[in-house]
Design a protein around this ligand. Structure first.
Ligand code: NDP
Length: 248
């Protein structure tokens, strides 16, 4: 049987890179997206993946652009084959308290973190329905479950992902498609590691595990949900937060 195809958005970011690596190791043919601004880091990124023996076809797209996502899926399917696994991972933060939040910062976060999930999924799901198979994994956030001071935009978008996940799962379950979300807590990506040491210490002090997640731990959860054998886990959210926020 030919390899299953997995598409990861935000593939060259901290968590995206770990997901690409994990899925490639699991035997998927991996396609990833990057945004034009990231073009300058691509040569180093590709060289690092080659060194690890990881191959990934990269496609440029702005996931906030619905028409660009139509083209993305056509391009991925032409080059790699039908998408069996979709990981909606691209995301941004633009934190501010409500009094200071600019309309732009609200719109950018909702467009990038929530509307993008519709833009990409909408263009993948019909193919999955036709083929009666699919795994969709949406990267949400612990802060989408519990809210976070200064993150009304981000928490609203990430919380919206949960509603999207639960609803779509009910629509497509009969056709062998699962739709789940993963909610990471603080994760030690290069961006987070760059936070001022004092602030970082105070963040870690609030995590019962006494440390942040490694990107590979988020990637492992994605791999588990992307596996064929995870077919009865559907409409679920998997928290990966070192017991920082517990609920059921
Ligand atoms: P990164 O910024 O490293 O990765 C996000 C990726 O998405 C980047 O490559 C980014 O590009 C890309 N991206 C941003 N906007 C767009 C767009 N419009 N179109 C296409 N791609 C875009 O962050 P992380 O790896 O930390 O985050 C990955 C996911 O995990 C996000 O959804 C985030 O919200 C979530 N998450 C992260 C946590 C953490 O502690 N790190 C905790 C909880 C959730 P660019 O770099 O150019 O912006």
């Amino acid at each position: 049987m030919s390899k299953r195809v997995a598409l990861v958005t935000g593939a060259v970011g901290g968590i995206g890179t770990a997901i690409v690596t994990e899925l490639a190791k699991a035997g998927f043919k991996v396609a990833g997206t990057y945004i034009a601004m990231e073009a300058k880091i691509l040569p180093d990124w590709k060289a690092a993946r080659e060194k690890e023996g990881v191959s990934c076809e990269l496609f440029e797209v702005d996931v906030t652009d619905f028409d660009a996502c139509i083209k993305l899926i056509a391009d991925v399917e032409a080059k790699c084959g039908p998408v069996d696994v979709l990981v909606n991972n691209a995301g941004i933060t633009r934190d501010a308290t409500m009094k200071k939040m600019k309309k732009d910062n609200w719109d950018m976060v909702i467009n990038t973190n929530l509307n993008s999930v519709f833009n990409v999924t909408r263009n993948v799901v019909e193919g999955m329905l036709d083929r009666s198979y699919g795994r969709i994994v949406n990267i949400s956030s612990m802060n989408g479950q519990k809210g976070q001071f200064g993150q009304a935009n981000y928490s609203a978008a990430k919380s919206g992902i949960h509603g999207f996940t639960m609803s779509l799962a009910q629509e497509v379950a009969r056709k062998g498609i699962t739709v789940n979300s993963v909610s990471p807590g603080y994760t030690a990506t290069p961006m987070v590691r760059a936070i001022d040491e004092k602030i970082l210490k105070s963040i870690i002090a609030q995590i019962p595990a006494g440390r942040m997640a490694e990107p590979e731990e988020i990637a492992w959860t994605v791999r588990f949900l992307a596996d064929e054998r995870s077919g009865f886990i559907n409409g679920a959210n998997v928290p990966v937060n070192g017991a920082q926020y517990t609920c059921f």
